[in-house]
Design a binder for this molecule. Structure first.
Ligand code: ZN
Length: 109
Protein backbone atom coordinates (compact mmCIF):
# COMPACT_ATOMS: atom_id res chain seq x y z
CA UNK A 1 0.00 0.00 0.00
CA UNK A 2 1.60 3.25 -1.12
CA UNK A 3 -0.45 5.70 0.87
CA UNK A 4 -2.34 4.55 3.93
CA UNK A 5 -4.11 7.89 4.34
CA UNK A 6 -7.81 7.40 3.60
CA UNK A 7 -10.82 9.24 4.82
CA UNK A 8 -14.39 7.93 5.07
CA UNK A 9 -16.35 7.72 1.81
CA UNK A 10 -18.31 10.94 1.33
CA UNK A 11 -20.55 11.65 -1.68
CA UNK A 12 -20.58 15.37 -0.93
CA UNK A 13 -16.82 15.57 -1.26
CA UNK A 14 -16.69 13.25 -4.28
CA UNK A 15 -19.48 14.82 -6.35
CA UNK A 16 -18.84 18.43 -5.29
CA UNK A 17 -22.37 19.70 -4.62
CA UNK A 18 -20.83 21.53 -1.65
CA UNK A 19 -19.64 24.12 -4.21
CA UNK A 20 -23.34 24.91 -4.65
CA UNK A 21 -24.03 25.07 -0.92
CA UNK A 22 -25.47 21.54 -0.80
CA UNK A 23 -24.85 18.37 1.20
CA UNK A 24 -25.60 14.95 -0.29
CA UNK A 25 -27.83 12.84 1.97
CA UNK A 26 -28.90 10.02 -0.34
CA UNK A 27 -28.42 8.39 -3.73
CA UNK A 28 -30.24 6.34 -6.34
CA UNK A 29 -28.10 4.59 -8.93
CA UNK A 30 -29.78 3.56 -12.17
CA UNK A 31 -28.12 2.04 -15.24
CA UNK A 32 -28.31 5.29 -17.20
CA UNK A 33 -28.32 7.97 -14.52
CA UNK A 34 -27.71 8.73 -10.87
CA UNK A 35 -29.86 10.84 -8.57
CA UNK A 36 -28.34 12.54 -5.55
CA UNK A 37 -30.66 13.78 -2.81
CA UNK A 38 -29.28 17.00 -1.36
CA UNK A 39 -30.07 19.50 1.36
CA UNK A 40 -29.14 23.16 1.46
CA UNK A 41 -26.26 23.70 3.93
CA UNK A 42 -27.25 27.17 5.16
CA UNK A 43 -30.35 26.85 7.38
CA UNK A 44 -31.67 30.43 6.75
CA UNK A 45 -34.12 30.09 9.64
CA UNK A 46 -34.43 33.76 10.62
CA UNK A 47 -37.20 35.96 9.24
CA UNK A 48 -36.04 38.31 6.50
CA UNK A 49 -38.71 40.88 7.46
CA UNK A 50 -38.59 41.13 11.28
CA UNK A 51 -35.66 38.93 12.38
CA UNK A 52 -37.69 36.48 14.52
CA UNK A 53 -36.95 32.79 14.48
CA UNK A 54 -38.77 30.84 11.78
CA UNK A 55 -40.46 27.49 12.25
CA UNK A 56 -39.92 24.85 9.52
CA UNK A 57 -43.29 24.25 7.79
CA UNK A 58 -42.66 22.02 4.80
CA UNK A 59 -40.40 21.88 1.81
CA UNK A 60 -40.17 21.76 -1.95
CA UNK A 61 -38.07 19.54 -4.20
CA UNK A 62 -36.07 21.03 -7.09
CA UNK A 63 -34.55 18.83 -9.76
CA UNK A 64 -31.32 20.05 -11.34
CA UNK A 65 -28.84 18.60 -13.80
CA UNK A 66 -25.34 18.16 -12.40
CA UNK A 67 -21.94 17.32 -13.83
CA UNK A 68 -22.03 13.71 -15.16
CA UNK A 69 -20.15 11.08 -13.15
CA UNK A 70 -18.44 8.86 -15.70
CA UNK A 71 -21.02 7.96 -18.35
CA UNK A 72 -23.98 8.49 -16.06
CA UNK A 73 -26.01 11.65 -16.14
CA UNK A 74 -26.32 13.04 -12.62
CA UNK A 75 -29.43 14.72 -11.33
CA UNK A 76 -29.64 16.62 -8.05
CA UNK A 77 -32.87 16.49 -6.09
CA UNK A 78 -32.62 19.42 -3.70
CA UNK A 79 -34.92 19.65 -0.70
CA UNK A 80 -35.54 23.29 0.11
CA UNK A 81 -37.22 24.10 3.43
CA UNK A 82 -40.00 26.61 3.85
CA UNK A 83 -40.25 28.50 7.11
CA UNK A 84 -43.01 30.47 8.78
CA UNK A 85 -42.14 33.40 11.03
CA UNK A 86 -43.19 33.06 14.66
CA UNK A 87 -43.48 36.87 14.89
CA UNK A 88 -45.02 38.35 11.73
CA UNK A 89 -46.23 35.20 9.93
CA UNK A 90 -44.18 35.72 6.77
CA UNK A 91 -43.29 32.56 4.84
CA UNK A 92 -40.00 32.10 2.96
CA UNK A 93 -37.83 29.43 1.38
CA UNK A 94 -34.22 28.73 2.21
CA UNK A 95 -31.84 30.97 0.32
CA UNK A 96 -30.54 29.12 -2.76
CA UNK A 97 -28.41 31.96 -4.10
CA UNK A 98 -25.26 29.81 -4.23
CA UNK A 99 -27.21 27.28 -6.29
CA UNK A 100 -28.21 29.95 -8.84
CA UNK A 101 -24.70 31.43 -8.96
CA UNK A 102 -23.22 27.94 -9.48
CA UNK A 103 -25.58 27.20 -12.36
CA UNK A 104 -24.82 30.52 -14.01
CA UNK A 105 -21.06 30.03 -13.71
CA UNK A 106 -21.32 26.56 -15.28
CA UNK A 107 -23.28 28.01 -18.22
CA UNK A 108 -20.54 30.55 -18.93
CA UNK A 109 -17.77 27.91 -19.18
ZN1 ZN B 1 -41.12 37.88 10.75
Amino acid sequence: MRDATFCPADLTTFCRPDDLGLKTVGQQLRPDHAVLLCRVLDPDGWCHACGCLGVPRDGVLRRLAHVPLGRRATILHVRIRRYGCSGCGQVWRQDTGRLRRGRNSRRRR
